[in-house]
Design a protein around this ligand. Structure first.
Ligand SMILES: Nc1nc2c(ncn2[C@@H]2O[C@H](COP(=O)(O)OP(=O)(O)O)[C@@H](O)[C@H]2O)c(=O)[nH]1
Ligand SMILES: [Mg+2]
Length: 261
């Protein structure tokens, strides 16, 4: 099987080496232990936002394909990365050493064995406090509560009817779903946009608890500014989804009205 790992980076010289080395090691072990019948051939794609600290050279030294996307934003980087991804399966993680490459196989197995379309790593269920600042934890809690409140009807088919970690950045999914989800967000709200689009378009979504580690290097996210933007974005998305649903309902009854004698 062919797969693409997409990693967005912006000045991640402290974390990119560890991220790529641990991924290589973990994927080799997983091919022997879990995927020996159909080993996964990984294309590693780093989407760099114009780093000036040597991140690009460190990624290339480790055999990653680097695409430079100078337009700003986490979401912009992912949208460019997804356009360049060639694998049937796509996986993602940050370039800061926070996500556990050795737990990726559990997400892939959930996709393959349980027949899900999109599996997301849930950082919060097993979270050790030192891995995330207090501001970040509060922000995550608020955003997850908003998702629960605004999108409860969309969460009905999801295990436990809940999205525990709407802001997580470790995902595994079939590339073909990109033909159906509608993605516009350039910033940090991309993470919630993608997951909510997966639900709204009727794909099977599930979360798997993962171990999240402390970050190497400086964060690129501002807890308050990005948190507020993401909250505002959730209200706008809820409004758009309602509008779309109403329009679809009207279109569905329209033919019978026009055909009636
Ligand atoms: N290409 C690109 N990558 C970005 C940008 N902003 C953040 N990133 C990367 O996206 C990932 C997530 O950002 P991070 O600061 O770790 O956010 P957090 O994990 O939510 O705290 C990291 O690997 C960043 O280097 C950007 O504007 N362009
Ligand atoms: Mg991060």
């Amino acid at each position: 099987m062919r797969a693409t790992l997409v990693i967005p980076t912006l000045n991640e010289k402290d974390g990119i080496g560890y991220t790529l080395d641990s991924f290589r090691e973990a994927s080799k072990a997983a091919n022997q232990a879990h995927f020996s019948k159909d080993p996964i051939e990984w294309d590693i794609l780093v989407v760099d936002g114009g780093s000036t600290d040597g991140t690009i050279a460190l990624a290339e030294e480790r055999g990653a394909r680097v695409v430079v996307e100078r337009r700003k934003g986490y979401g912009r980087a992912y949208r460019t990365g997804f356009e360049q991804a060639t694998g049937d399966l796509i996986a993602t993680m940050d370039g800061d050493g926070t996500y556990p490459a050795d737990e990726l196989p559990w997400l892939i197995l959930k996709l393959q064995v349980a027949g899900r379309d999109f599996v997301s790593g849930d950082r919060l269920t097993l979270l050790e406090k030192r891995a995330m600042t207090m501001e970040h934890r509060i922000g995550n809690w608020l955003l997850n509560t908003l998702v629960k409140f605004l999108f409860h009807s969309r969460l009905k088919g999801v295990p436990m009817n809940v999205m525990a970690d709407s802001q997580s950045g470790m995902w595994v999914f079939h590339r073909k779903i990109l033909g159906s989800v509608r993605l516009f967000e350039d910033g940090m709200a991309f993470s919630e946009e993608l997951k909510l689009e997966v639900l709204v378009r009727g794909f099977k979504f599930e979360e798997v608890p993962i171990h999240y580690a402390e970050r190497w290097g400086q964060p690129k996210l501002s807890s308050w500014k990005d948190g507020l933007r993401n909250a505002f974005w959730l209200f706008k998305k809820r409004f758009k989804v309602s509008q779309e649903t109403r329009l679809a309902a009207r279109m569905a009854v329209a033919p019978s009205t026009t055909n009636s004698p």
